[in-house]
Structures are given as structure tokens and as C-alpha cells.
Design a protein around this ligand. Structure first.
Ligand code: AP5
Length: 190
């Protein structure tokens, strides 16, 4: 199994690149943001609770996303050659839970690939996407900036977790989508 954590701040290109990675390596994408938006669209109790936090640019509770991810791993583990985790783990607690759950299934994370993009470009990409994404968290400059701040405070430290395991790979996330993708493939195949 090839299990990749695709890491990076909001707007770094995780979703864009995940689509390409899963096609090339025959993996399944597990994107917590997309899973949560599906719950919102279905107006489930989880979706209703998550929407309040997501619209403000806050993280949803760890237990909520850990439970969702465990369920998805169970459901898809026989379908492909591994997973790309997009937007998860976003806290050290989530990273620890993911490691423990994968170990119980006989799997592990092979690599964390982190897309590095400066704040100015992140903001301009998210504002650009906000013109037609319909995502409430893309519509307001203050919320976009808050999402980046939450990333810096709560999520960036997750890098240390994978650094300690020698699984961390940094990739320059600026340039054409295809160029960035080639850099990611190099990191995956190292
Ligand atoms: P989530 O959906 O994960 O959003 P995010 O991390 O803010 O990421 P984005 O989708 O905004 O950016 P991305 O890096 O995927 O970039 P993309 O490829 O789309 O999370 C949303 C919310 O859900 C969170 O705020 C939180 O509330 C909650 N949540 C989710 N997971 C959670 C968790 N684990 N724990 C707790 N809460 C959680 O690209 C962005 C734009 O840039 C696009 O328009 C794209 O076309 C463009 N672009 C991409 N690459 C390039 C390029 N190379 N050149 C030019 N443009 C590019």
C-alpha cells in the first residue's frame, strides 16, 4: 500500500494535485473538507454542526473527522493501492489517531508531501476560486486570512510528527499545475 499525506495551507493546491496523484498511482482520495461538505449538503447533524465552524474558518472537532476517516478507510481499503489524505491530519491528535488506526489495519503512512506556497499567492488563489466555488469560506478576506492563521497555529506543527519519522518531504508549490505535479511525483518516488 502507498499512503500519502498531502499537506499544505488553504489554497496550496492539495485538492488539485490529489486528483492527479490518485489517477497516476491508482489511489483513493480521502479529503476531509469534501467529506464534510457532503455532510452539509445532506444536512446531517454532523454537517449542520460542521458548517457553523467551517463558515468561520475554524477547524471542526478532532473526534468528528477522525471518526469519518476511520469509516472511509474501512469502506475503501480493498479498492485501491492506497490512500491520499488531503486536508487530514490537521492536528497532532489527528496524526496520532491516523497512525494508530492504520497500524491496527497493518498499514502505515509512507510519506507526507507538503506544498509550500506564500501567503500572498494563497490569498489570491482562494479569492479567485471564491468567484465561482460557492464556498462560504472563500468569500470573505477576513475568513481566508483566519483559515491561514489557523493553519499556522494548529496544523503546521503536524509537520514535526512526520519529520520525526523521516517521512516529511517539502515541495515548492508555485508554478504550473503540471510542474508542481512533477515535483510531487519525484518526492513520492524518492
Ligand atoms: P478543506 O476543504 O480541506 O480546505 P482547505 O485546506 O482550506 O483547502 P482548499 O480546498 O481551500 O485548498 P487546497 O489546498 O485544496 O487547494 P486547491 O487545489 O483547492 O477544509 C475546509 C474546512 O473544513 C476547514 O477550514 C475546516 O473547517 C474543515 N476541515 C477539513 N478538514 C479538517 C480536519 N482534518 N480537521 C478539522 N477541520 C477540518 O486550489 C485552490 C485554488 O488554487 C483553486 O482555484 C485551484 O484551481 C488553484 N490552483 C491550485 N494549484 C494551482 C497552481 N499550481 N497554479 C495556479 N492556481 C492553482
Amino acid at each position: 500500500m502507498l499512503n500519502i499525506v498531502l499537506f499544505g495551507p488553504p489554497g496550496a493546491g492539495k485538492g488539485t494535485q490529489t486528483k492527479k496523484i490518485i489517477n497516476k498511482y491508482n489511489l483513493v482520495s480521502l479529503a476531509t473538507g469534501d467529506l464534510l461538505r457532503t455532510q452539509i449538503a445532506k444536512q446531517t447533524p454532523l454537517g449542520i454542526e460542521a458548517k457553523i465552524l467551517m463558515d468561520k474558518g475554524e477547524l471542526v472537532p478532532d473526534e468528528m473527522v477522525i471518526g469519518m476517516i476511520k469509516h472511509q478507510i474501512e469502506e475503501h481499503k480493498n479498492e485501491a493501492s492506497g490512500f491520499v489524505f488531503d486536508g487530514f491530519p490537521r492536528t497532532t491528535k489527528q496524526a496520532e489517531a491516523l497512525d494508530a488506526f492504520l497500524a491496527a489495519c497493518g498499514y502505515s503512512i509512507n510519506k507526507m508531501v507538503a506544498l509550500e506556497v506564500g501567503k500572498e499567492l494563497l490569498v489570491s488563489r482562494l479569492i479567485g476560486r471564491g468567484l465561482d466555488s460557492g464556498r462560504p469560506d472563500d468569500q470573505d478576506m477576513k475568513i481566508i486570512e483566519h483559515r491561514i492563521e489557523v493553519y499556522n497555529i494548529s496544523t503546521a506543527p503536524v509537520k514535526e510528527f512526520y519529520l520525526k519519522q523521516n517521512k516529511f518531504y517539502s515541495v515548492h508549490g508555485v508554478g504550473e499545475v503540471e510542474e508542481v505535479f512533477n515535483r510531487i511525483c519525484e518526492a513520492i518516488e524518492k
